[in-house]
Write a protein that binds this ligand. Structure first.
Ligand code: GP9
Ligand code: MN
Length: 398
């Protein structure tokens, strides 16, 4: 096991970058709020349907936030839970099944665990059954003090749709608990209304559905818009409770929302043909880091969810080393553009390896296969070492 760690350490130190000295510690001691935005993809950001913005609130928030337009979905079959896994562990999810199911009892160095050591209170909020995705067990393992699951909410026929409690009601009721949390707190909120198959009563439509050959894409527009509204109201409540100024907010799309089988309609929507290159571009999900008082900045680095944990640690003034973190600080001046996805796609600033083809990102056309060799090599080792930590439960030996 010691041998394993030597190789893993070599790999990690090869890619670890020094944090941005101007960002290190700027959020020290603040509350940390994560919002998992169910199935929200990047293509809706700044986009309109019938001249109406799909995400007016997020568009506004982005103006005063770090926004990452080239942030790719690295989840596997564990979807929402895989996203939670990455932000909390800095490891990749596994290639088959949900790691929340397959490796619940492993030793992890969860972000909530680390923050608890720093004096934080840690909680997760989600309007679903406790045992779904083994969250009841996994959350404890990651270091969450409390899980406000479905039974903590008043769930009725009127305030439910599709998978359950509607996002506006979810945030509103969560606030009753949030205002009494000891500070500083680390809290994760998982939205649900924008979940496949995107059902929503007409009275909750803040925008008309799209019209195309895909009912899924059509219905997706009002449900995304609804979640956007729910987040706006939540942020207003945070201000009202006097919590906003002392909190940093991390909002991310948990994974894709529109499956590849709807690419014809997506092509209509975007006005271009969806080839494998564009298909991978559609695997982008929004990442917004909002620190009240900080100026907004668009950071176009190629990245994914494993990069969130080191970024947040540095913002909070917690040094990365000796923690085991795949991914690199998104704000580091020396960061190299890189993302490896669980379907084997690998992306850098110049190249994209996808569907067994090497694309030149400038021309968006296939190029010499060898051009992708260096990123393929890095990507394979990344996944290999992360998987071996999980399959061997290697964090036990750290
Ligand atoms: C389940 C919710 C949705 O609790 O997080 O999960 P998903 O189906 O998106 O993985
Ligand atoms: Mn999800």
């Amino acid at each position: 096991e010691e041998d394993d760690w030597e190789d893993i350490e070599d790999h990690l130190s090869q890619y670890r970058k020094p944090p941005n000295p101007e960002a290190f510690g700027i959020a020290e001691g603040k509350n940390v709020v994560f919002i998992s935005m169910e199935s929200i993809e990047s293509f809706v950001i700044g986009e309109t349907v019938n001249d109406e913005e799909i995400t007016p609130y997020l568009n506004e928030l982005i103006e005063d936030s770090y926004y990452f337009p080239n942030f790719y979905d690295q989840t596997g079959q564990g979807k929402t839970s895989d996203a939670e896994f990455m932000i909390n562990t800095g490891l990749y999810p596994v290639g088959r099944g949900a790691v929340f199911h397959t490796h619940t009892d492993n030793e992890y160095m969860g972000l909530p665990d680390m923050l608890r050591d720093e004096g934080y209170y840690t909680a997760s909020f989600h309007g679903n059954d406790r045992t779904f995705y083994n969250r009841d067990v996994m959350y404890g393992n990651l270091g969450y003090d409390y899980y406000y699951s479905k039974s903590y909410f008043d769930v009725t026929e009127e305030n439910s749709v599709g998978w359950g409690l509607k996002d506006i009601d979810f945030f509103e009721q969560s606030m009753d608990y949030v205002k009494d949390l000891p500070e500083p707190f680390y809290a994760t909120f998982l939205t649900l209304t924008n979940h496949f198959p995107y059902e929503l009563d007409e009275e909750d439509h803040f925008i008309e559905p799209y019209t195309s050959s895909s009912d899924i894409l059509n219905r997706y527009i009002p449900t995304v818009r609804y979640t956007d509204e729910a987040i706006r109201l939540f942020m207003e409540d945070m201000k009202e409770e006097g919590l906003y100024e002392d909190t940093i907010f991390v909002l991310y799309g948990d994974h894709y929302g529109i499956a590849e089988s709807h690419n014809e309609a997506m092509g209509e929507f975007l006005g271009k043909e969806i080839d494998p290159f564009e298909n991978t571009q559609l695997a982008r999900v929004p990442l917004i880091i909002h620190i009240p008082g900080q100026e907004g900045e668009e950071v176009d680095t190629v990245a994914g969810k494993v990069d969130i944990k080191p970024t947040i640690m540095n913002l909070l003034g917690i040094p990365e080393y000796p923690h085991v973190l795949f991914g690199t600080d998104l704000l580091s001046n020396q960061r190299e553009d890189f993302a490896v996805l669980r379907n084997g796609t690998i992306i850098s600033n110049e190249y994209m390896y996808t569907a067994e083809t090497c694309y030149d990102k400038k021309t968006k056309a296939p190029t010499t296969p060898e051009s992708c060799d260096p990123i393929r090599d890095r990507g394979e080792w990344e996944i290999f070492y992360s998987d071996s930590i999980i399959y061997g439960d290697l964090l036990r030996f750290r």
